[in-house]
Design a protein around this ligand. Sequence first.
Ligand SMILES: *[C@@H]1O[C@H](CO)[C@@H](O)[C@H](O)[C@H]1NC(C)=O
Ligand SMILES: *[C@@H]1O[C@H](CO)[C@@H](O)[C@H](O)[C@H]1NC(C)=O
Ligand SMILES: *[C@@H]1O[C@H](CO)[C@@H](O)[C@H](O)[C@H]1NC(C)=O
Length: 438
Amino acid sequence: MAGYILLIFRCGKCFILFIYTFLFIVKFNSFIVVGPSKPVVTYVGEDVVLPASLSPALNAEAFEVRWFTTDIMTPELLYINYNISRQSDTRRTLSIDNLKNRNVSLIIRNVHVSDDHLYRCLVYSGQREEETQVSLTVEGQFLGAQPSISMSSTEGQKTRLECSAEKWKPQPEVTWRDMNGADVTSQSTIKSERDSEGLLRVSSVLLVKEEYNVFSCLMRSKAPKIFSLPGRIQTNLRHYSFIVVSPSKPVVTYVGEDVVLPASLSPALNAEAFEVRWFTTDFMTPELLYINYRIRQQSDTRRTLSIDNLKNGNVSLIIRNVRVSDDHLYKCYVYSGLREEETEVSLTVEGQCTRLECSAEKWNPQPEVTWRDMNGADVMSQSTIKSERDSEGLLRVSSVLPVKEEYNVFSCLMRSKAPKPDWHSGLGIYSTSLIVWH
Ligand SMILES: *[C@@H]1O[C@H](CO)[C@@H](O)[C@H](O)[C@H]1NC(C)=O
Ligand SMILES: *[C@@H]1O[C@H](CO)[C@@H](O)[C@H](O)[C@H]1NC(C)=O
Ligand SMILES: *[C@@H]1O[C@H](CO)[C@@H](O)[C@H](O)[C@H]1NC(C)=O
């Protein structure tokens, strides 16, 4: 400009010509920076050009080109004095050759998710400053961590399942299914928040009824390219109430037999995913431990349970080839993951082949039967009784008492219940004694 100012003093008559030239130069120096109207979309790992050019087509080699995001003083790239003088990252560059052809585009190599920004391109010609904006959208190919499902406190009658996973980009599609495969996603809510790397922590919440079910949560990338395996997880919802039911009376069996100590869940939940622990005195040294879908411990191979029956809530213990030493009070502990319930089953093992039968014919009505041992103790409760009618309509009564393999004397008494016994029952009282001595 100085040259022209000098000209004014030397050549007053040239003034008009000069004005014309001056305006021409001002006009020549006026430009705008043109960027794309739409965001530039790219994928992680690619190289991308944020296009920007001068209009009209000026040579920008002598200009200052400053690309920045938020802070003009810490540019992503600064081209000044015919040189790239600053780069926030060596992945950012521009083509100095292309500057001649008005092309001030920013090149970003090996795009990261964190490059997702609104970029501003400021071009300074020495007289004019013009700016444009280019938005870069980085479509993450980030299939984040596998989602995990957690269960938390009940909200009213509902249980809250939260399926969450980190490092996703873009937000994945989340699908919830129940154990029948039904899509229950519409009942869920989803939210995501950005971490410091610009990736998303995605979390979806499903409120479910407190009952047995299995829910799976699937997160699937919406991006066309997939870099890792889709995240998928299935979990058991184990938050529901149950009790373990067992017989109130002892289970009585004989040496050498197989016996079932019955125990079942009420309601009849599928116990396959549960822990089932049978023990006598010490919880930590179980007779049988079923956990993680298999039998992990047996105090003795004669103890087992039917894994097939667990589906129906049947957690019974089977003891094969019973021994006298199996005579115990057994405890059955069932743990669903959230609830633990316990029951007891008493096993009484009677000595082998020692079944005393006391029988008599021609009774009517059925008499009272009493068994006593040699100490006079009433052992009736361990016996069974049955009767059958003969052709005359009178009863053949028989009572069986299983007894242990030890010295004893048992007596069996049958007594008419009728206040005035008829002639069939004679005195109405019969007694018999047996000596058991193995
Ligand atoms: C360009 O800038 C770099 C870094 O500031 C410097 O090392 C280099 O000498 C400069 N080149 C020219 C030609 O000015
Ligand atoms: C501008 O420069 C970039 C980077 O060198 C190049 O990829 C792009 O094609 C150029 N644009 C035009 C319109 O020439
Ligand atoms: C439970 O399982 C045991 C052992 O398999 C079986 O003997 C028993 O009949 C089952 N009980 C029911 C009610 O199905």
